[in-house]
Design a protein around this ligand. Structure first.
Ligand code: ADP
Ligand code: ZN
Length: 300
């Protein structure tokens, strides 16, 4: 019997919880609305207890959560959601709450680091040691594996808040990030498209100029991160990337921006394998949480 893991993908609007040993062996899954911590977490605990009674004891729990959060084991606030504006969740001790109910290893990381680990374990980043996963959805964020380990550093990366060149004549939209206005997320997450063009991104036709502009910002972000981290691959996921035409646009713009400087066949000739969609699709988040649980058991 393989060990049984629980994965909790904790999002701002909903939690997805699953129990299994990997994508080929998912025993149960449920979706719980994100309301108050006590209401949402008690439903999570109840779901996990029911699963244990049906499938046997859990070996570890992985949490891939919205942030900002504290993933550093040595910190006194390890396992907390920290400065989120989401009512009730600021300074919530997520891992502490779970530990009251389960005395098993618990791994706690960002949603995007979780998704990156899931893609590394079972998806589009298998065999790589350094790569970046970016989600472009309601928010925009990135997770990174560097030399075989998920990157945390001081707190955790905030790739969505990088500052990009913004030509206000070509694009007068001021951006919507409450902290920075026209940072990467402020210019390029789904709500930026909606606010700039007055309609949801999924309703913009393929020939709308918004896609060219969106690809421009995504390519600037990818080019900057290429220069900073030298990743072997980018995985671009999230709702906005469901518009498949973005992939060829982003790829060619990345090549134009880098302008032949980074001498790698992956960029110069094999860009189709350098910038790819997630192999786990919409399941990347919760499967990533399962991968975090597996890693917790292995004691990484
Ligand atoms: P979340 O980030 O909340 O988990 P998603 O990753 O689904 O959710 O992202 C939601 C965002 O993606 C919204 O801004 C929405 O307008 C946009 N979106 C969803 N589907 C599409 C689509 N097919 N094409 C372009 N944008 C889309
Ligand atoms: Zn910002």
């Amino acid at each position: 019997m393989p060990p049984l893991f629980a994965g909790i993908e904790a999002g701002g609007t909903k939690f997805v919880c699953a129990v299994g040993s990997g994508p080929q062996d998912m025993r149960a899954q449920t979706t719980i609305l994100t309301t108050s911590p006590t209401e949402t977490m008690s439903q999570v605990i109840e779901f996990l207890h029911v699963q244990e009674s049906q499938h046997g004891r859990l070996s570890a729990i992985g949490v891939a959560a919205f942030g900002p959060l504290d993933p550093n084991l040595a910190s006194p606030t390890y396992g907390y959601i920290t400065s989120t504006p989401k009512p009730g969740w600021g300074n919530f001790n997520f891992v502490g709450y779970l530990k009251q109910h389960f005395e098993i290893p618990i791994s706690f990381d960002t949603d995007v680091n979780g998704a990156a680990l899931g893609e590394w374990r079972w998806g589009a980043a298998q065999g790589l040691h350094t790569f970046i996963y970016i989600t472009i959805g309601t928010g925009l964020g990135g997770g990174a594996m560097v030399n075989g380990r998920l990157l945390h550093g001081l707190v955790h990366p905030e790739m969505g808040h990088m500052l990009l060149p913004h030509d206000r004549q070509a694009d007068p939209f001021p951006g919507w990030c409450p902290y920075h206005g026209d940072c990467f997320e402020g210019l390029a997450a789904g709500p930026a498209m909606q606010k700039r063009w007055g309609q949801r991104a999924e309703t913009l036709p393929d020939d709308h100029p918004g896609w060219e502009l969106e690809a421009h910002y995504l390519a600037l972000g990818v080019a900057n991160l290429t220069c900073a981290f030298s990743p072997q691959r980018f995985i671009l996921g999230g709702g906005v990337m469901q518009r498949a035409l973005l992939f060829p646009l982003v790829r060619s713009k990345v090549q134009q921006i880098l302008n032949g400087y980074v001498q790698s066949p992956q960029i110069l000739h094999e860009i189709d394998q350098f910038i790819v969609p997630p192999a786990l699709g919409g399941r990347a988040g919760v499967i990533g949480a399962i991968a975090l649980a597996e890693q917790a058991l292995e004691g990484h």
